[in-house]
Design a protein around this ligand. Structure first.
Ligand code: ATP
Length: 286
């Protein structure tokens, strides 16, 4: 194999509940995570030596700070593989948008390189490596729909919900995940276990139940601080979405539509108003 292209799918959080701040500074969370059809493409090719990254996107690093690089370097270290590799990264997932683009790229790199270099590492071994990159990478390796608990690294696969048409809007502001956590008063949040309700609705394949269980604890602080994100969320509903929600700590919001046709119409209505608007749908494991 001299070339392999893998897809890295963006996630949304159908629920995101923050249970408490841990002594380590991390937060304990409960989140139903869902992959979407919005994806980056990563093309892996052989190279003489070292790791190089090419990307037309100016807002991702092309050095050891890129999650693709980190994944490749860790995999080389762990497996003793001494190959050079070149990555071509086509970024579509908004950077710093609460859709886990960096984590998705790292996961796709781990899975893709394991195949490309024929390393034969198990999923458990890939999970272990993923923890050195970020908590959400584990979910991206599992894919589809899953419940993430602990710091986000304990991932239990769930059955897929009915295919949900989505419209993703990024209003072009940058929300730092760290600052969003700092702004939260984690110990004052009331835990209502919306995730358990969401899982029930998913198992029943109940569209209205899914819509009624959407919840993100970051909304209370992030929407206050960034009115443009609240406006995007409102605009999605006014344009016809059944409901809309912040993804992760933002700045992306997503709306759920009744049909793909409606999702496309909502996207067309909002495109003139926001820098990034994308109609897609939920996707299952590949
Ligand atoms: P999360 O929802 O997991 O908090 P996010 O979607 O908000 O993540 P990312 O797009 O993953 O944020 O990027 C966050 C930071 O990571 C940015 O500062 C970016 O420069 C850096 N980064 C490193 N590698 C990548 C990559 N491959 N893709 C996107 N961002 C990357």
């Amino acid at each position: 194999m001299t070339e392999l292209t893998v897809k890295a799918y963006a996630k949304i959080n159908l629920t995101l509940e923050i249970l408490r701040r841990l002594p380590s500074g991390y937060h304990e969370i409960k989140s139903v995570m869902q992959q979407t059809g919005l994806c980056d493409d990563i093309t892996i090719t052989e190279a003489h030596a070292g790791i190089t990254i090419e990307s037309a996107s100016s807002n991702v690093p092309r050095n050891a700070r890129n999650s693709v690089w980190k994944a490749a370097a860790l995999l080389k270290e762990r497996s003793g593989a001494d190959y050079g590799v070149k990555f071509k990264l086509v970024k579509r997932i908004p950077v710093g948008g609460g859709m886990g683009g960096g984590s998705a790229d790292a996961a796709a790199t781990l899975v893709g390189l394991n195949q490309f270099w024929q390393l034969g590492l198990s999923q458990t071994e890939l999970f272990e490596i993923s923890q050195e990159i970020g908590m959400d990478v584990a979910f991206c390796i599992v894919g589809g729909t899953a419940l993430a608990t602990g710091r986000g690294e304990i991932v239990q696969p769930l059955p897929p919900p009915p295919k949900l048409p989505l419209v993703i809007v990024n209003p072009g502001v940058f929300v730092s995940t760290r600052t969003a956590y700092e702004g939260l008063k984690a110990d004052e949040l009331t835990f209502t276990d919306k995730s358990a309700q969401m899982i029930d609705a998913i198992r029943r394949r109940d569209f209205d139940g899914i819509v009624a269980s959407l919840h993100n604890d970051f909304e209370s602080t992030v929407l206050d601080e960034y009115p443009v994100i609240g406006a995007a969320r409102r605009d999605l509903v006014e344009a016809g979405a059944e409901a809309a929600l912040l993804s992760g700590s933002g700045a992306s919001v997503f709306g759920i539509a009744r049909s793909a046709t409606q999702a496309r119409a909502i996207a067309e209505a909002l495109k003139p108003r926001y820098p990034f608007v994308y109609a897609t749908h939920t996707v299952g494991k590949e």
